[in-house]
Write a protein of this length. Structure first.
Length: 394
């Protein structure tokens, strides 16, 4: 019994540490949208240029994914997470001193690199440490990512109002990095490390199934990044205050947290994840249609549907990728590839939506385009039959 407790204690500490680390992976982006009108009043930014504050960190995340696993193998998981949290913390706190769009964009890109290094190694770490509960633990991890976004979206406007500074509203989230750093380093001695190296240098660039998974993840994440960047500005344009628009985005991300917890637990009952994915995509389509057709009517319903759909789709996209391979290191390499390509795809969506807004004067065409993308993804889901996984990647 004591042995079981001794094993369980480090595992529990590790899971808590992972949750605290994951809380740091979105505030640097999520705090921008609700404060955008205040930022634009101080620093000249078109909507296209403002989209770079979400696009470039996401693109940096995509590019950094390709060397993230190599970095973690060279420095070890523990040190890589410490380095990444320091990068995120410094990038976030540097926003107290930004004076130009370039400074703001550079801080966003630096944070994106730190975020990517963590996101590249976490799926392999979770599959290795929690092999009996991968779906549940991935759900907790991804839910914590979205929880960080919910906090930043909801409270950044409040921090700005209290301090009369949008810079404080952006920089205050460095405190999360400090807390995560303390927990991660404190649990270091009791946490086992992955000593098994990746069996061989493996490239998934020539594997068609890996590309399908990457495109699926990228298109799904495009809806997330677009909503993160533009939902609050969309409602500010509709006459809402920054505080109310930020709280609406916070409500949406709270629904993502709820779905991120519940959906993997439901999906865990069967290895065939297709029906769950279809339901999630249908929810997102309904949410986007509602944003266009009745944004001021049932204004909580549309973000609720979007949050439930996006919040479940994010972890399920990674879980489906992990399902393809049993070996934790190979599965980690596959998810790093999937996220790398996926974030490069997703990073373009805020820019495209910002350009649509500049040209056509409204975000509504962007919401319609994303509705069509979700319909395309439903067709892609039909190919995710678990009985055929070994045919595609072995």
């Amino acid at each position: 019994m004591e042995n079981v407790r001794a094993t369980a204690r480090p595992a529990l500490w590790l899971m808590v540490s992972i949750i605290l680390v994951a809380l740091n992976l979105r505030p640097s982006m999520a705090a921008v949208g609700p404060l955008l009108s205040a930022i634009r009043a101080d620093i000249p930014l078109s909507f296209s240029l403002a989209s770079l504050l979400t696009m470039l960190p996401v693109m940096a995340m995509g590019l950094a994914m390709f060397f993230g696993l190599s970095v973690s193998q060279r420095f070890g998981e523990q040190r890589t997470v410490v380095i990444s949290l320091v990068i995120i913390g410094l990038a976030t706190v540097s926003r107290l001193f930004v004076d130009s769009a370039v400074d703001l964009i550079l801080s966003a890109m630096l944070a994106g690199i730190g975020i990517a290094l963590i996101q590249a190694l976490m799926p392999a770490l979770i599959k290795s440490r929690f092999s009996d509960n991968v779906a549940m633990c991935m759900g907790l991890y991804v839910t914590s990512i979205m929880g960080g976004a919910a906090m930043a979206a909801s409270f950044a406007p409040l921090a700005m109002t209290r301090t009369d500074s949008w810079r404080v509203g952006l920089a205050i989230w460095a405190a999360l990095a400090v807390v995560a750093l303390l927990f991660w380093t404190a649990g270091r001695s009791g946490t086992p490390t992955l000593n098994a190296p990746t069996p061989r240098k493996e490239s998934f660039f020539t594997n068609s199934r890996a590309w399908l998974l990457a495109i699926f993840f990228g298109l799904g994440t495009a809806s997330y990044t677009c909503v993160l960047a533009w939902l609050a500005p969309y409602y500010v344009e509709k006459g809402w205050s920054e505080q109310d628009a930020g709280l609406l985005l916070g409500f949406l991300t709270a629904m993502e947290v709820l779905s991120g917890l519940i959906t993997p637990a439901i999906a865990n009952r069967s290895r065939d994840r297709r029906w769950v994915l279809m339901v999630l995509l249908a929810l997102i389509m309904a949410g986007f249609c509602g944003l266009v057709l009745g944004p001021q009517h049932l204004s909580l319903l549309w973000p609720c549907l979007l949050g439930l759909g996006i919040g479940g789709l994010f972890p399920m996209s990674l879980i489906v990728s992990l399902d393809h391979l049993d070996n934790p290191q190979r599965a980690g390499a596959l998810t790093a590839f999937v996220q790398g390509i996926g974030y490069l795809i997703a990073g373009l969506s805020p820019l495209m939506a910002g350009m649509v807004r500049d040209r056509l004067g409204s975000f509504e065409w962007a919401w319609w385009c994303l509705t069509g993308v979700m319909a395309l993804m439903i067709l892609m889901v039909l190919r995710f039959n678990p009985r055929h996984y070994t045919r595609h990647i072995h």
